[in-house]
Design a protein around this ligand. Structure first.
Ligand code: SF4
Ligand code: SF4
Length: 346
């Protein structure tokens, strides 16, 4: 594919042309923070965002998503994917999308997720400002982002756009792009490397070493109860996570009592009822009843269990969970560094 350059003066016209052709979603300001939302104008686009409140997975896997609608005539699919552009995704969120792409397609091909995914062009963008809890430079260091169609980097006087797919290449038609010079390409590489140096938090060890020790700590119930002592079981750390993908499915009936819909809702393994199952006749069993067991499960999912399947940890270092946790205990860096530094040393 190609590497092109567009001048800053031509950038707004490029974004406008995309918006006029197809729905474009990108980072926009929401009070003092940022969210991915549909763009109405190029002025709304905030490529200087640090991190968004919710990850962009919400476009493919919304918090509430109808799967099937039914009435007297039978069920009909509730599949409504539309062509769209997701613009300005940081590389750690692309890595998270890569993970959900795999998990929603490898065995049971999830048409409701993949339908949205396959109709979306993803444009990644360089990290201009780093969030105060980010550690994307030190987690999953060997895992490269793959799911984007193009990568945009802001440099002096304009933007370098590197395309990776035909979809990405098609974006060039919307703007006054010219082939990038060697100097512009080198500057873009420098800009992206510099962002990695600005992470405020850092894991000290590599993926394998962390996975081995965290797994070894599994049976230390006192450790997990201690780490989770202040947990409210609110599930916020799950809700904001770009790699969490658990959901609950519920059928709801309309007032006519003959039609309704089957909807899936985001679920959260830190909440008290997540692992509660029915034993029949009104009896239930909760197989992760204690806060410590739920807290441990989340850490194991992020640092251990999925690594062989994903080729790296199921955490991309966005820092959203750390920022969202009222008790300030969810930060994977603090939890893992604490285990790495002290567990098994006594
Ligand atoms: S566990 Fe936390 S830091 Fe890691 S990907 Fe999820 S929200 Fe981001
Ligand atoms: S956000 Fe914090 S308090 Fe809430 S469930 Fe997660 S660890 Fe517990």
């Amino acid at each position: 594919m190609t590497t092109s350059f567009i001048r800053s003066d031509d950038f707004a016209a490029f974004v406008t042309a995309m918006i006029e052709a197809v729905p474009v979603y990108g980072p926009v300001a929401k009070r003092s923070r940022f969210v991915f939302a549909r763009l109405e104008s190029p002025e709304e686009l905030r490529l200087d965002y640090d991190v968004t409140i919710l990850p962009p997975k919400k476009l493919f896997f919304p918090p509430a998503q109808d799967l099937v609608r039914f009435d007297d005539a039978g069920p009909t699919a509730a599949l409504e994917p539309t062509e769209k552009i997701l613009f300005g995704v940081h590389f750690y969120d692309v890595k998270a999308i890569d993970q959900t792409d795999l998990l929603f397609s490898e065995r049971n091909y999830d048409v409701n997720y993949m339908g949205h995914r396959e109709t979306t062009t993803i444009v990644a963008s360089n990290i201009q400002n780093v969030s105060s809890r980010a550690f994307f430079a030190s987690v999953g260091r060997d895992v490269r982002p793959r799911g984007h169609d193009a990568f945009l980097t802001a440099i002096d006087g304009g933007y370098v756009l590197e395309t990776r797919t035909e979809r990405g290449e098609a974006l060039l038609h919307y703007g006054a792009f010219a082939p990038a010079t060697e100097a512009q390409i080198e500057e873009a590489a420098r800009v992206n490397a510099a962002a990695l140096e600005r992470c405020p938090e850092k894991l000290e060890q590599g993926t394998e070493e962390i996975a081995a020790k965290v797994r070894a700590a599994f049976g230390d119930d006192a450790l997990w109860e201690r780490l989770a002592a202040d947990c409210f079981s609110c599930g916020s750390c799950n809700t904001v996570c770009p790699t969490c993908y658990c959901f609950d499915v519920q059928d709801t009936w309309n007032v006519d009592q003959s039609s309704g819909q089957r909807t899936r809702y985001w679920d959260a393994c830190l909440t008290e009822d997540f692992a509660k199952v029915s034993l029949g006749e009104g009896a239930t069993e909760n197989f992760r009843e204690s806060r410590g067991s739920r807290f441990r499960h989340r850490v194991m999912r992020k640092a251990v269990y999925l690594n062989p399947k994903l080729g790296g940890p199921a955490c991309v270092g966005c820092g959203r969970c750390s920022a969202a946790c009222t008790a300030d205990i969810a930060d994977p860096v603090r939890v893992i560094n604490q285990i790495m530094a002290s567990w098994g040393a006594e």
